[in-house]
Design a protein around this ligand. Structure first.
Ligand SMILES: [Zn+2]
Length: 105
């Protein structure tokens, strides 16, 4: 499990709580991407992930925020997942992403 920044909305997400970060073709084709806020090339949080499978059934982890922790928004593109599985600010090297929290875009 590690943290990453959603490439669509910029929020902090945990890989265990969304399927939107998995980019394997066999996996992404299981989903109806017209029901997603982002696209299949992006690493997506649960809220931006597809809400439906390709077969029309509801996706378990997509289409809504999971509610396991508060959704924190950060400036898009300014963070990456470091080798510890934490979010690191590219410019300052800080892992304390709360310092950079912004209002929902
Ligand atoms: Zn998102």
């Amino acid at each position: 499990m590690s943290l990453f920044q959603c490439e669509n909305c910029g929020c902090v997400e945990n890989t265990a709580l969304t399927c939107g970060h998995i980019k394997a073709e066999f996996y992404t084709k299981e989903f109806n991407w017209r029901t997603a806020l982002g696209n299949r090339e992006m690493r997506l949080c649960s809220a931006c992930s597809p809400s439906k499978y390709a077969n029309g059934k509801d996706a378990k982890k997509g289409g809504k925020w999971h509610g396991q922790f508060k959704r924190v928004f950060l400036p898009k593109g300014e963070f990456f997942t470091n080798r510890h599985g934490n979010l690191e600010h590219k410019e300052t090297g800080s892992e304390n992403y709360h310092l950079f929290e912004i209002e929902k875009p």
